[in-house]
Design a protein around this ligand. Structure first.
Ligand code: ATP
Ligand code: MG
Length: 307
């Protein structure tokens, strides 16, 4: 079976942008691919180090796991793992840093956009911020994934991953696949503000965990002027466009709530079993570490580091 690697940074609740951008394809493809899902807790640090200070790291990892499970990913088929529990990822990242120039790292448009959003600059950002796509390349290439289902903002990172794989292969011999990305038909769902991509960091979201009253309230308050996103949501949730917002908004809210209801139910069941969640992560850690050890043995052998 070919492999998928995908996942998210554990910065908070997942939203319907994640669902239509990536989770939905994961669910669909879990029977066709051996799927690995990374809960990227270390990647949180590049722009959340100071406001975070370790406070919500743990809760957010379990949040992301619950979100993935409650939309229908099957933990008996899919491997979930926490980035910081796999030391082999750090090791592979270290090797990869020698394959990427600083100029190339600066040319990644998503890093640049996120840097601006974080109010920093190439001079002041931390090294981990500039190089997070290199660490992401290690996430993808450690299990030698063939396919990465992602939203549009991630395409530059997959391109950088492909370059790293090619560079390594040309220097040391065929070792890594050059993975493809897969974007959904909804690769950049706009937020409730109608301005930006729906994003955890921008508070313009409908979360998969939102209860009925929250959904109603968020949609009621959603921007409905020029360029609003409400009809885009209507399309996804099967609600006919209607310029009269007094009619359209409640219909949309009802449809979103109907979609979320089974997700909420499944989540409530899973929340009762914290031991089971830890067990899923244990299994994932063991499996990925074993695969990672093989990849690294091969990498070191090809690089001549066998003593
Ligand atoms: P943050 O603001 O913390 O970066 P995020 O909402 O951008 O959070 P990520 O964890 O960075 O979420 O992204 C996880 C995956 O979901 C990526 O593949 C990303 O491209 C995809 N994704 C995120 N937001 C959207 C969106 N609005 N539409 C489609 N896909 C999205
Ligand atoms: Mg993001």
């Amino acid at each position: 079976m070919k492999r998928i690697l995908t996942g998210e940074r554990t910065t908070g609740n997942l939203h319907i942008g994640h669902y239509f951008g990536s989770l939905q394809s994961r669910v669909k493809l879990q029977d066709e691919y051996e799927t690995f899902i990374i809960l990227a807790d270390m990647q949180v640090l590049y722009d959340h180090l100071e406001d975070e200070k370790g406070k919500s790291i743990r809760d957010n990892v379990y949040r992301a796991l619950l979100d993935n499970l409650s939309v229908g990913l099957d933990p008996d088929k899919v491997t979930f793992f926490v980035q910081s529990e796999i030391p082999e990822l750090a090791e592979l990242t270290m090797f990869f840093t020698f394959l990427v120039s600083i100029g190339r790292a600066k040319r990644n448009p998503t890093v640049k956009a996120e840097m601006e959003q974080a109010g920093t600059s190439y001079e002041h950002m931390n090294l981990g911020f500039l190089s997070f796509p290199v660490s992401q390349a290690a996430d993808i290439l450690l299990p030698k994934a063939d396919l990465v289902p992602v939203g549009e903002d991630q395409i530059p990172h997959i391109e950088q991953t492909r370059e790293i794989a090619r560079r390594f292969n040309s220097l040391f011999g065929e070792t890594f696949p050059t993975p493809d990305y897969l974007v959904s038909t909804s690769p950049r769902l706009p937020g409730l503000d109608g301005q930006n991509k729906m994003s955890k960091s921008l508070n313009n979201v409908i979360n998969l965990t939102d209860d009925e009253a929250t959904v109603n309230n968020r949609i009621k308050k959603a921007y409905s002027g020029e360029g609003h996103a409400l009809f885009t949501y209507g399309k996804l949730f099967g609600v006919e466009p209607n310029e009269r917002m007094g009619t359209f908004k409640p219909a949309l809210a009802e449809s979103v709530n109907a979609f979320l209801e089974p997700i909420r139910t499944r989540r409530r069941e899973l929340e009762k079993e914290p031991g089971y969640l830890r067990e899923i992560l244990d299994r994932g850690r063991d499996k990925v570490r074993a695969i990672g050890a093989e990849t690294l043995a091969q990498v070191k052998e090809r690089m001549g580091m066998v003593y």
